[in-house]
Unconditional design. Structure first.
Length: 293
């Protein structure tokens, strides 16, 4: 793996010289993308607070996406994705009555990987789908990773390099934003066992903690304050803590031009760690606050 990383980093240094048809360069880049496609490496991961004491995770590209810690980006894998677009030319693909013109092929081998893909869904080569993932008519882009047992529901989008944990439910119409450039930019990270309600938009490197629930229509990005409903304290910006129920809200702000209500995310309740979401209780809680899942 270090040899491949060094080759990708060297190619990045002279990216301006590369052109489609450079088979040596494309061979190295393809090798890196295959690692992403097979789930043997990942673009980003959560580095545990005590990683230094244990030497970190042995997996190329890092460990998982749950737990406390800092999101780390593997630049060389981002480089590989960006170089791929430089080295590939647009090709036409025909599937039945449909025609596509793209630089990348679609992902293949779903049955072998234990993934269910409903007609109308598509995933690009270089994305990873863990065993037991279900794709309703939806889209998963290159560099993204969807953990085992997760559901990507109808019209949901998992954009480039987003990292979705295991047993996550992305409800209908959810938009998980992507990021390719600048290479060092952190992608969206959603921890294991999270539930993202219908039509939520999680973008620009925002983070949803393990086991968290986002009520329908919640918008989360690094400019959105996350507030504790009991204390009124601002907990973070663009980051929902683990094991809580959070919904879209607004707070009053007086500005020179008048009085306005600016968006925020409100943490209504904390869950016990490992507590599974009881849909009936969850709906009752959110209904009491005038929101839905």
């Amino acid at each position: 793996m270090p040899g491949l990383q060094e080759r990708i980093e060297e190619l990045w240094e002279r990216a301006g010289e590369l052109r489609p048809g450079d088979e040596d360069a494309l061979g190295s880049v393809t090798e890196a993308i295959e690692l992403l496609d097979a789930g043997e490496a990942r673009v980003a991961y959560v580095e545990p607070v005590d990683a230094g004491a244990h030497g970190g995770d042995a997996m190329p590209g890092g460990g998982g996406v749950s737990g406390s810690g800092t999101v780390k980006v593997n630049l060389w894998l981002k480089y590989a994705i960006l170089l791929l677009f430089r080295l590939k030319e647009i090709a036409t693909t025909e599937v039945g009555p449909f025609e596509y013109a793209d630089k990348l092929p679609l992902k293949r081998g779903f049955a072998r990987a234990g993934v269910r893909v409903v007609p109308g869904a598509s995933a690009r080569w270089g994305s990873y789908l863990g065993p037991g993932v279900v794709l309703m008519p939806s889209y998963v882009n290159i560099g993204a990773r969807v953990g085992a047992g997760s559901m990507v529901d109808t019209w949901a989008t998992v954009a480039s390099c987003a990292q979705i944990g295991e047993r996550v439910h992305l409800s209908g119409g959810v938009g998980i934003g992507g990021v390719l450039e600048p290479p060092g930019a952190k992608p969206v990270v959603v921890g294991d066992d999270a539930f993202i309600g219908s039509r939520c938009m999680v973008t620009d490197g925002a983070r949803v903690g393990e086991g968290a629930v986002l009520g329908a229509g919640t918008i989360l990005n690094p400019s959105i304050p996350v507030i504790d409903a009991e204390t009124g304290d601002e907990l973070a910006r663009g980051e929902v803590p683990p094991w809580c129920v959070a919904v879209s809200a607004s707070r009053r702000r007086v500005l020179p031009g008048g009085e306005f209500f600016l968006p925020c995310v409100l943490v209504l309740r904390y869950l016990e760690e490992g507590e599974r979401h009881d849909k009936t209780q969850l709906e009752s809680l959110l209904r009491d606050h005038g929101v839905a899942t």
